[in-house]
Design a binder for this molecule. Sequence first.
Ligand code: MN
Length: 483
Amino acid sequence: MKFWFVVGSQDLYGPEVLATVASRAAEMAAEMSKSLPYELLYKVTARSDAEVCAIVREANYDTDCAGVVTWCHTFSPSKMWLNGLDALTKPWCHLATQYNVEIPNDEIDMDFMNLNQAAHGDREHGFAGARLRKPRKIIAGHWRDGKVLARLGEWMRTAAAAALSRELRVMRFGDNMREVAVTEGDKIEAQLRLGWRVNTWAVGDLVAAMGAVTEGDIDELMDEYRAAYDFATDDIAAVRYQAREELAIRSMLDAEGCRAFTNTFQDLYGMDQLPGLATQHLMAQGFGFGAEGDWKTAALTAVMKAMGPQGASGFMEDYTYHLVKGREYSLGAHMLEVCPSLAAGKPRIETHPLGIGMNRDDPARLVFEGKAGKALVASIIDVGGRLRLIVQDIECVKPIMEMPNLPVARVMWRAEPDLTTGVECWVTAGGAHHTVLSYDVTPTQLRDFARIMGIEFVHITAETSPEKLEDELFLRDLAWKLR
Ligand code: MN
């Protein structure tokens, strides 16, 4: 994917100035690209309404164009941008920069001023965005500045993940866990806003696909498991069964072009084990997953894995608290399915009874401790009429106890602003027990993602209070109903 650099100007400046603008723009795009995760391609110095409309049409229909970055080197009257920007369907970033760093004391005269007018050119350009209420990322600063480039790169990764979101297909095996509310939601709204095609396939089809997996294919995948994980079980048959499940799920995902899936322990008809290791290893390869039919978290996991530079995001669930004063932590885990991209060390393959759901064999799963460090948890919920993305800043720690009898992967963290206030904020916002935990996606990226997709964004930080959040959500409810 590429990003397009579109520079604003007008004919009044004459060919000499316009040629200078164009050559500088090409130079800037090429230089910036060296420090960005995607190429920034200089496309045009737009001088008229027709040129803006033409480049927007081209961007909208180019499947490789993940977004448009605009900048006004000179003054570029915004009426010539209104129709084009209004029609733009790709993510838009307004880079308010200028070619030179310094005001050159001796050199500066009216010619210099006419050429280097970004300070008021970008204000006129900004008005167009504000007047259109057009969602846009705004980054101001010099184009060689490391912070500016890092922010632009962060936005590019988000915009590319937005493109993935718009193509995303989610495969569901079985429905939601019976009676659970928060994992339900309006799939049509999710498809319209986020692009997610969420559809169901029969567990019987998966069982048939499992039957078609060969012992040779299982042998190969077992080699991969041995390379990546420590075997802490003698029940090789159980591990091989997980390999069979993984290969069958993978073949169905690939056949349908799906990058995320769900299942539920209440619907495993014809299967001997709930997929554990199978799901974990698929997540490690970038597939999104949500348990108990949670298609929203499955899709968000896939999007966030693509968004972060290391893919260190995974399905998570808040389980239980350590409420000892001064050492307050959340313990997150799942029945089985925690992504090894969150692991601090080499995961172990273990087999244990499931303890929930009846009449199944002991499933093999990966057991490990999560990494320490700054992270976030994200939850997407349907609040009726709109989707709300809730993000909470957290600090992960090495689990403060060994928990030798806990047979699943575990992550321990302290939520911002503190455990109990953080819980009050989360509960106020309606955040789910299922989340995506990420070490490398930033809150800024998720805010940008929500803006690009047109969904609500709630960020719980060290500064958030439940009282202010309650008032804010009340007012937002009114605002969203008017949209
Ligand atoms: Mn769950």
